[in-house]
Design a protein around this ligand. Structure first.
Ligand SMILES: NC(=O)c1ccc[n+]([C@@H]2O[C@H](COP(=O)([O-])OP(=O)(O)OC[C@H]3O[C@@H](n4cnc5c(N)ncnc54)[C@H](O)[C@@H]3O)[C@@H](O)[C@H]2O)c1
Ligand SMILES: *[C@@H]1O[C@H](CO)[C@@H](O)[C@H](O)[C@H]1NC(C)=O
Length: 377
């Protein structure tokens, strides 16, 4: 236990009886009609009303698991809970190395019954909800994105309540807007985001917290900063320059940045993001004073990351051609995250600062390029 972290002795009431409360309270939740499946439901109600024991094996299902974050999180969870206890799912075909490394199943978050079948048949206890529509597609096709992001979230919330799951849903720096305090943004403050992405994330935070307070759902949410990783290509989001710049530095030596040189945003190395998620999921419920936490590691500007890269590659040239849409979004987001609650409640501490991030990114992209036979500058 790290110093300064809240300590609590989980009582039997918290551990054992919590879920029973969750089950019985859930029956009054009017969110779902089970008319077509009433037979299944009554069986479930009469035969399985005993709460799972606190020692019950952790069995994780990750939705949208083939995006930037899912595969690495599964890897970290499998090290702790065993390969077969962490199931990745998505609607696309897994690449060979993912398929070979542990259970993978097809799961569309819009298919409620199939998702329920997966949870029941696999005795899932934790659900990590990563599915989303790619950002570029998401802002362009709002109707489809709304379906996948919001209906998908509602499905997962109801299933978590129904099956007493511990549910993780990621939020983002994009859940804040121009009227939020920006330097730093605390956990609790005005949230009036101006992007559809931000609006749907605030909706997720509030729905989860509502179901927690009203029905005891074990909902957990982290607001991730921009996540930086070497093994997934940048996808057109507002923080993606901070990935592209490394690829450019090692290939052409020139990066054209779509943000102004002084645009400061919170960022995090992907391994810190995974570790934060795992440690937060492992925290005993009684240690959590909130259900949605900011997590921070570093904040930098394009100019600062370029300067740090130049310590390794002095020839890097960066030009600036701000894109109005992305610049306006970035200007409405926090400059820094205040994560003192996460540090105090469950011991959050990042391992990567800017210096470590830059050396690690350059090393791994260089290795990848070398192994692919590409030139490295
Ligand atoms: N990556 C970041 O920097 C970052 C930062 C803050 C928050 N987040 C959030 O974390 C979550 C995961 O991020 P990511 O970068 O891995 O996302 P991603 O867009 O890379 O991956 C999302 C995955 O969801 C899948 N998907 C699409 N429709 C689906 C459906 N109907 N059913 C099931 N799966 C479906 C896609 O195939 C894709 O593999 C998202 O909610 C995102 O908003 C990410
Ligand atoms: C859905 O999520 C994606 C990525 O997380 C985002 O870019 C998009 O704007 C979101 N759209 C809606 C309507 O929530």
């Amino acid at each position: 236990m790290k110093p300064g972290v809240r300590v609590c002795v989980p009582s039997a009431a918290v551990l054992g009886l919590f879920c029973r409360g969750c089950l019985s309270r859930w029956r009054s939740w009017p969110g779902r009609s089970f008319s077509s499946t009433s037979r299944e439901m009554s069986r479930w109600n009469s035969q399985d009303t005993s709460p799972p024991s606190p020692q019950e094996n952790v069995r994780v299902l990750i939705t949208g698991g083939l995006g930037q974050l899912g595969v690495g999180l599964a890897q970290m969870l499998r090290k702790q809970y065993g390969r077969d206890n962490v199931i990745l799912s998505d609607i696309k075909k897994p690449p060979p190395h993912v398929y070979a490394n542990g259970p993978f199943v097809y799961a569309d978050v819009l298919d409620y019954k199939h998702l329920r079948e997966l949870i029941v048949n696999n005795r899932v206890t934790w659900l990590v909800h990563y599915s989303a529509l790619l950002s570029a597609v998401g802002e362009a096709n709002v109707a489809l994105a709304r379906k996948i992001n919001i209906t998908g979230l509602h499905n997962v919330l109801d299933l978590a309540l129904e099956n007493c799951l511990r549910l993780f849903v990621p939020s983002t720096i994009g859940a804040f807007g121009p009227s939020s305090p920006r330097d730093p943004a605390p956990d609790l403050c005005v949230q009036r985001p101006r992007t559809i992405y931000g609006v749907s994330k605030v909706h997720g935070e509030l729905m989860g917290e509502y179901l927690h307070h009203k029905y005891g759902l074990d909902f957990r949410c982290l607001r991730y900063p921009g996540v930086i990783s070497s093994n997934t290509p940048p996808g057109g989001g507002t923080t993606d320059y901070a990935v592209q710049i490394f690829h450019d530095a090692l290939s052409t030596g020139h990066h054209e940045c779509y943000l102004r040189p002084d645009t400061r945003l919170p960022m995090m190395h992907i391994s810190d993001c995974h570790r934060a998620t795992v440690e937060f999921m492992q925290a005993p419920e009684c240690q959590l004073s909130l259900r949605t936490y900011n997590i921070a590691a570093m904040s930098f500007t394009p100019e600062e990351v370029a300067q740090e890269i130049r310590k390794h590659l002095p020839h890097l040239k960066v030009t600036y051609n701000p894109d109005t849409v992305r610049q306006t979004i970035a200007d409405s987001w926090p400059v820094r995250f205040d994560d003192t609650n996460a540090r105090r409640d469950w011991g959050w501490a990042p391992a990567f600062g800017l210096e470590e991030l830059v050396s690690d990114m350059l090393r791994s992209i260089r290795d990848k390029r070398t192994s692919e036979g590409l030139p490295v500058s």
